[in-house]
Design a protein around this ligand. Structure first.
Ligand SMILES: NC(=O)c1ccc[n+]([C@@H]2O[C@H](COP(=O)([O-])OP(=O)(O)OC[C@H]3O[C@@H](n4cnc5c(N)ncnc54)[C@H](O)[C@@H]3O)[C@@H](O)[C@H]2O)c1
Length: 390
């Protein structure tokens, strides 16, 4: 652990205003609450107000998670003088409208992934962020898996050249909550609300991670998608069944700018897989492998070592020299999923106070959106190779 007495604060405390208060709302609340207690932040955030459309439910959430005030319209949240950072934890159909309004109102923005439901929306968000950057505002996308210390460290190893020329990325994100055909409709199964299905929900994380770890972009894809269960019971309307308008699974291959080849699998139909995210990179000089179910570990094979002793070794990424770890527990005292949101809050607040460029930026979120659009287009053309449009 780093210290007992906190370092002096260097900036005024930013007030956070969060829209959406369910799954990500709870995870982000933990991040905002904890970041200033663990890390020496330039300024400790204040949980100023949380917004949801159900007055009683949002009040109950605010009490549980320590938010000072509540709002029932996100426009009122943005207008508050005590809110400097707007944190968007709503489904994708509202990301663009809220983010653009918040940036126009002079607020910093953290927006959950995927950045938007379409490339056009994402483009408008990038333009709003570009104009806001000129006024010193920050806009970041919530690709939180970049902030698993093992994956942040994997990026360091790749950037240091420990893998040499990259040949392959192999990425899979598998869940099983749609295996049961009686599992009900949710906003995640409606194209107008979610943009796409497993592709935008899970595949977006894989695409972002692949590009982040490799330090280069995907230039084209070839894809298959499928909706295995096309109608599901609809608890909202009471209808016996409603149409599922997104994919249950997306499989695609891709080419990176360097010529490396990548494969991706995103599915909510993999029985027994709850939140299984695995990614492996193979280069001329070595390989790295990561499994979210063992997120404190990174497997590294150094191919420059003599063959008779070389092999994958397990790096326990809990040393004070590893990313983010100096502020946490002694080596071996592991971290988990929720810590990624603490790291996300910490990095955003650092960027606001210091002006260091924020990553993943809205522009990086747009690049992911372009890849998702190319995947959807390729799948419509029965896996025809489809360039990622600039
Ligand atoms: N980073 C991750 O690991 C991760 C994980 C899950 C979801 N997400 C993303 O987070 C976002 C939210 O997903 P979730 O799982 O929290 O969904 P959720 O259904 O659990 O919560 C959505 C919340 O948004 C609120 N909401 C919807 N429309 C609103 C509006 N117009 N005004 C105010 N509130 C509104 C709902 O009431 C609810 O509180 C999505 O973009 C999703 O893709 C990211």
């Amino acid at each position: 652990m780093e210290r007992s007495a906190p370092a002096p604060l260097r900036a005024p405390a930013p007030g956070i205003g969060m829209v959406g208060y369910a799954f990500m709302g709870a995870a982000h609340s933990q991040g905002w609450r904890t970041a200033g207690r663990v890390f020496d932040l330039p300024a400790r955030p204040v949980l100023a107000a949380v917004c949801g459309r159900d007055r009683d439910a949002v009040r109950a959430m605010a009490d549980r998670h320590g938010w000072a005030a509540t709002e029932t319209d996100w426009r009122d949240l943005i207008a508050r003088d005590d809110v400097q950072v707007v944190d968007i934890c709503t489904p994708g159909d509202s990301h663009a409208e809220i983010a653009i309004a918040a940036l126009a109102a002079g607020k910093h923005v953290l927006c959950e992934k995927p950045l938007a439901n379409t490339v056009e929306e994402a483009r408008a968000m990038v333009e709003a962020a570009r104009q806001a950057a000129g006024r010193g505002q920050v806009a970041m996308v919530g690709f939180n898996y970049r902030r698993v210390p093992a994956l942040t460290y994997a990026r360091t190893l790749v950037a240091e050249g420990r893998l040499g020329v990259l040949r392959h990325i192999r990425a899979a994100y598998r869940q099983d909550w749609l295996v049961d055909p009686a599992a009900p409709m949710t906003w995640r199964l409606r194209r107008d609300r979610a943009g796409s299905g497993a592709l935008g929900d899970l595949g977006a994380h894989l695409v972002d991670l692949a590009q982040y770890l490799a330090g280069e972009e995907l230039t084209g894809v070839s894809a298959l998608t499928e909706t295995f269960v096309r109608r599901r019971p609809d608890p909202d309307t009471g209808a016996r069944s409603a149409e599922v308008t997104v994919d249950d699974a997306a499989l695609f291959t891709g080419r990176l700018a360097s010529g490396a080849l990548a494969s991706f699998e995103a599915t909510r139909m993999a029985a027994g897989r709850k939140n299984s995210l695995r990614i492996e990179l193979n280069g001329e000089k070595g390989s790295l492998a990561f499994d979210l179910e063992r997120l404190n570990e990174l497997a590294f094979h150094d191919h420059t070592e003599p063959a008779h002793t070389a092999g994958f070794r397990r790096i326990l990424v809990t040393e004070p020299g590893h990313p983010y770890l100096k502020a946490w527990w002694p080596p071996g005292h592991a971290l988990g999923y929720e810590h990624t949101f603490v790291h996300q809050a910490r990095d955003l607040l650092e960027a606001i106070a210091t002006g260091v460029p924020v990553s993943p930026s809205f522009a990086e979120g747009l690049q992911v959106q372009r890849v998702l659009a190319a995947v959807a287009e390729s799948a419509e053309k029965n896996a025809a190779y489809t360039p990622v449009s600039p």
